[in-house]
Design a protein around this ligand. Sequence first.
Ligand SMILES: [Zn+2]
Ligand SMILES: [Zn+2]
Length: 152
Amino acid sequence: MRSLREKLALANQKLERNYPEPKLVYQQRGTAAGTAWLNTYEIRLNPVLLMENQQAFIDEVVPHELAHLLVWKHFGRVPPHGKEWKWMMESVLGVPARRTHQFELESVRPNTFPYRCKCQQHQLTVRRHNRVVRGETTYRCVQCGETLVPER
Ligand SMILES: [Zn+2]
Ligand SMILES: [Zn+2]
């Protein structure tokens, strides 16, 4: 919250505007750290990831999502991670512009294991993965027919 206010104040000062404070909602699910919602002008943060990565949220996630909202206010609809967004991140908010957040966590990562065939990557559930490891069965790709092997 404080990092949001600080970054917003900085942006308003540099842009000589008075953009309002977005609403922070703590109900982002899954593996995304945060998302920006233009219509409702809110930032949704992932509470599980936030608890475990407070500093990364302050340094990266909140500015990243705030920049999306400010770009929309300032330029209207433009590509989400285009030059306007980069400029907003680097020149206005003073944060390196990375497209995605740098961290991921076990706690929200789907519980699957990557496998490969000839044509694509597959995700096997823990239960299926364990059956392969125990040598009880193998799985085949329905597209190319090849036996799936664990990736790496
Ligand atoms: Zn983004
Ligand atoms: Zn295949």
